[in-house]
Write a protein that binds this ligand. Sequence first.
Ligand code: PBG
Length: 313
Amino acid sequence: MRQLVAETQLSPRDLILPMFFADGIEQPKEISSMPGVYQHTEESLVQAVREAYEAGVRCVDLFGVPREEDKDAQGSPAWDPEGVLNRALRLLRKEFGNDILLMADTCLDEFTDHGHCGVLDEQGRVDNDATLELYVAMAIAQARAGAHIVSPSGMMDGQIGVIREGLDAAGFEDVAIMAYSAKYASAFFGPFREAVGSSLEGDRRTYQQDPANYRESMLEVDMDIEEGADFVMVKPALPYLDVLAGVAERSPVPVAAYQVSGEYAMIKAAGANGWIDEKAVMMESLISIKRAGADQIFTYFATEAARMLAKDA
Ligand code: PBG
């Protein structure tokens, strides 16, 4: 009876698995603050994507982890066809074709030696407009390497419009844009910084949203849609369900939410201590994110949750 009247359904098809591919490692390397999540080698990446696919997941989101010595002030491995992320895209596109959607993180922070999402001016401030052209070059390189979806996550003003124009001009009209529209300057991203070996000192408060603000996020969403976003996203998820519900209410395009590294780490840590029932909390958090209005959910639990959903069905 409960299933018959359930107002919200979660499906493996709703889930997007974020993954890390690293240069210069011989073995997959577990991220200590994210048990069960790895920096992958080529072999383990293909294997993990296959497992996700077999569980019913149909989209993965790729992050590249370059060697420290390959980083520079501009983040040039980002648009280098031989850069770590672009190689991962080519590898997976060759292996899986169109069976699984490949999304790429379109942001410079993994590739810059200062760890910011954009380039810096002489005063060391992030230069919004100088960053935009680098995002365009990065998005085109990712499309060329096989990305079905690019996902600008750097929160620069105007990034969606210029990337759309750049992709279209390069013949990639059918590559979609997942816009990180309401992305908060969040302490919940902590474990991610370890995951990508971030060089960041300081914070991202000049370009990411203030956790105190709701209305400002609605403006960000409206602008991204106006500029051509195919999806808009709210991030983190659980602490921002009100924002997610507000975006879902007004958006004419699909709305995604990102259950981020810190949300994952908290559930894993409490679960490992026996303080909560990890699997139950995992499923409850995902159904809550869906209920609040997410059409797609980025989660490091994607494969595991998809397997549990398949068992229940
Ligand atoms: C930036 C980016 C970040 C995350 C995804 N893309 C980090 C940041 O903005 O500091 C965080 C993801 C997570 O915490 O799981 N490229």
